[in-house]
Write a protein that binds this ligand. Structure first.
Ligand code: C2O
Length: 587
């Protein structure tokens, strides 16, 4: 098997101050080797190891647009905001991170069905800046399937949720208010400070992992305080392992505080979870499903996580339009699991199937605990955090366990151990679950040739369509080149009504007559959308990593590939265009 991008000690890292060979890669944030869980040792590594020194020169950023907005703000007398950005020394060294919202400006959020809902937290004028706890005792987040057999833990967990449910609805620690945290940050509750016509959105961008880490952090501290047990930690829904690929049974006991009635009744255990869920339960036997699920994890975490942009999502700074683009894990399986869990008989797929209501289901927090664990695993496999201050200095506000409003920064969230928690060391069964290439002899023909792409698109996606997309160069790149730049398929101008769910699948060089299974290299990925209201149509893009896919298909010497889009549900959706480009593996 071709491991992803074999690392070498001579890897060139653009925009970076240093480079490291993968064998000597021991950043200080990582646990020491002796502390490393056994399942993380001697495992495949991600193919990029550059330590980024961001120069801010984001090739796809709307630099001119930002300059215009900045000039406009300076003209309005708000120039002080940017007083210390050093524009004169480096015109690209913007420091324009998304600021914490101003709670006093919080407005109604909008549900997917277009009715409004007040999700605003209680207001206060006192804001505390977060400081990391000193020498915290580590709390261990356990796999849900393992806590079922631990009556003491389970009793505490149920008690904590019961107490959160019992708090008055206006208490920021109540389950109702905790759910509203998600609603305000995800359904247009907060205007972007300085840009009243723009909303803050923490999905479809690089804030996805840090925002949810902080959200869970405070949720967990509130639980611990309510049951007076400082060591209490949330469990994680271990959906990336066969033992956890079910709706966890501790959540489906109808007498438990962990129960939520708004879930898909067809997906109660022992129904196997489909990480690529497309809105209907297709007829795949359990062994195939598990294999597809594991391959999906390998693709999202390893073979297609070969750049920070692909893993974390697209850059998003103050003044940007929301929804620039989701990272791998946010897209699949995070979004799919939201749908799979929510109740399709409810107007908006409540609770898990819509962002405004997802946090009402206690299972949401166990789901995100595993999403958060993926960030930790990504780093244990050699993945690196983004070095740009546009990311590190982004801020959020949360109420803590003492009902204080606390301002946090992304930079304080990078190491979960510094926040006082870690994850139970369970097997990671997908580390070797590489896809296999089908390499059909009867390949699909493109209905649109590369030369006609810009006239044929934008177009509405109604049926399966295959298009030819040219590659930047028809060469097999060296390992060094691959470590520095990832070849990606960019599907741009994806525009749709955000109030409806949406999914389409993407294949490269697939068979003419049948689409490949999710365990085949030809399956390049999907676009998956969980309903939430946006001010207007959502306009976003999808980047899918091609470097390893092309190697698997033996297509590295080809001048173009045939890309097939298969609509699965929702729509209509407009596709703006296609291109294949090389992007830096670091941001
Ligand atoms: Cu904020 Cu699972 O979404």
């Amino acid at each position: 098997m071709a491991s992803p991008l074999p690392p070498t000690a001579t890897t060139l890292c653009p925009n970076s101050t240093s480079l490291t060979s993968i064998t000597s890669f021991t950043p200080s944030l990582f646990p020491k080797k002796s502390q490393k869980p056994h399942s993380l040792r001697t495992k495949p590594k991600l193919g990029f190891v550059c330590k980024a020194a961001n120069n801010g020169n984001d090739q796809n950023h709307d630099i001119m647009g930002k300059l215009d907005r900045r000039n406009m703000l300076i003209g309005l007398g708000a120039g002080g905001l940017y007083g210390a950005t050093g524009l004169d020394t480096n015109p690209f060294a913007f420091a324009d991170p998304v600021p914490a919202p101003d709670i006093s400006t919080c407005g109604l959020a909008t549900k997917p069905d277009d009715t409004t809902i007040d999700c605003c937290p209680p207001n206060t004028t006192t804001i505390i800046d977060f400081t990391l706890p000193e020498n915290p005792t580590l709390r261990t987040r356990l796999a849900v399937q393992n806590v079922a057999a631990d009556p003491d833990y389970l009793a505490k967990y149920k008690k904590a949720i019961e107490l959160m449910r019992a708090l008055p609805d206006d208490d920021p620690r109540s389950l109702a208010q905790q759910a509203m945290v998600h609603c305000s940050y995800c359904d247009g509750g907060y205007p972007m400070p300085g840009y009243s016509d723009l909303e803050i959105q923490v999905h479809y961008c690089w804030l996805f992992f840090p925002f949810h880490r902080w959200y869970l952090y405070f949720f967990e501290r509130i639980m611990a305080k309510l049951i007076d047990d400082d060591s209490f930690a949330l469990p994680f829904w271990n959906w990336d392992a066969p033992a956890g690929m079910y709706m966890p049974s501790i959540f489906t006991d109808t007498t438990s505080s962990l129960y939520d009635e708004y879930r898909n009744a067809d997906h109660l255990p022992p129904k196997l979870l489909d990480l690529n869920y497309s809105g209907t339960d297709d007829d795949v036997d359990d062994d195939t499903r598990i294999k597809e699920n594991l391959t999906t994890m390998y693709q999202q975490m390893i073979s297609k996580a070969t750049s920070q942009r692909l893993f974390f999502g697209e850059p998003y700074v103050a003044g940007d339009d929301p929804n620039p683009g989701a990272g791998n894990i946010e897209n699949i399986p995070h979004n799919n699991i939201h749908f799979w869990t929510g109740d399709p008989t409810q107007t908006n797929g409540e609770d898990m199937g819509a962002f405004y209501s997802a946090g009402r289901d206690p299972l949401f927090y166990a789901h995100h605990s595993n999403v958060d664990r993926m960030w930790s695993i990504y780093k244990s496999l050699g993945g690196t955090d983004i070095a740009s201050t546009d990311w590190l200095d982004a801020e959020f506000l949360f109420y803590d366990e003492d009902k204080n409003l606390v301002r946090v920064k992304v930079s304080d969230s990078l190491d979960e151990k510094k926040l006082g928690y870690t994850y139970e060391d369970v097997e990671i069964p997908w580390l070797e679950s590489k896809s296999t290439a089908r390499k059909s002899a009867n390949k699909r023909k493109a209905a649109v040739a590369a030369a006609d792409l810009t006239t044929a698109f934008p177009a509405t996606l109604t049926d399966t369509i295959s298009v030819e997309v040219s590659r930047p160069s028809a060469v097999t790149r060296t390992a060094e080149e691959k470590a520095a730049e990832e070849e990606v398929l960019l599907i741009s101008g994806i525009e749709f009504d955000g109030t409806k769910p949406l999914k389409f699948d993407v294949y490269v060089n697939d068979d003419a007559d049948t689409v490949s299974g999710k365990d085949k290299s030809e399956f390049a990925g999907s676009f998956v959308h969980v309903p939430h209201k946006a001010k207007s149509n959502i306009k976003t893009k999808l980047r899918l990593g091609l470097t390893n896919l092309l190697a698997d298909l033996g297509a590295e010497g080809d001048t173009s590939v045939v890309v097939t889009l298969v609509p699965k549900f929702g729509g209509p959706v407009t596709i703006g265009g296609f291109s294949i480009e090389l992007i830096s593996t670091t941001l």
